[in-house]
Design a protein around this ligand. Sequence first.
Ligand SMILES: [Zn+2]
Length: 257
Amino acid sequence: MNKDFDLSLGAGYKSKAQKVRVMSEAWVENNIVCPACGSALQKVKNNSPVKDFHCAQCPEQFELKSSGKKWGRKIMAGAYAAMRKRLQSPQPPNFFFLHYKETAAGCRVENFFCLPKQFFTANIIEKRCSLRATARRARWVGCKILVDKLPESGKIFYMRDNICAPDADVRRNFAKIRFLNAQKTEAKSWLIDVMKQIELLAQRRFSLTEFYAKAEADLQKKHPDNNNVKAKIRQQLQTLRDQGYLSFKGGGIYELC
Ligand SMILES: [Zn+2]
């Protein structure tokens, strides 16, 4: 993988945003393959409202967000109204997040991950305040993606802190969470919340009792209308087991696969 942007591509553009857009899109086209099938990605015509890339071989679509700043807990993600529209679309895109670093010699990609569409839910989008009436884009309302709410399995890293992941790992990680695509919104939200809580346990093997102790109160808070959180937790753990995400070791012990 070549980590550097081709600076010559930005030469004909005035604004920095345009230069970065052109260079980062070319970088993706030349260096990133589809996480679902490993095929090349093709750029969609400019100003398409939905996506930036599509796979040459399968139906996956991707939208690219690039940033010169390393992400913290939130990533700036453009206009709120457009994001809501994508959320409600029958074919929402997967997202690519690219972080580049400016060096004396040019721009170098440091981090790159895919947020698969099944993790793209309303509760990870934060609406920002509208811009002042005097701003260039007056009243424009932006949004942020709350990356800290995603479980690690919802971030498929191709490159992390300058270290590239093998293509086979990217595809395996993408395939592992595919089952969420078939879930309805509410079921998906519960599964993602439980996956995040399993991660917070920071143990490969855990008991049901440990899980209740750590996660029950948080999950009740997130789902205040549910009157039997313990039963709901068990149901999610069973689904995760049936999908090969966890294995059940007997005696109330689960282990991450
Ligand atoms: Zn594909």
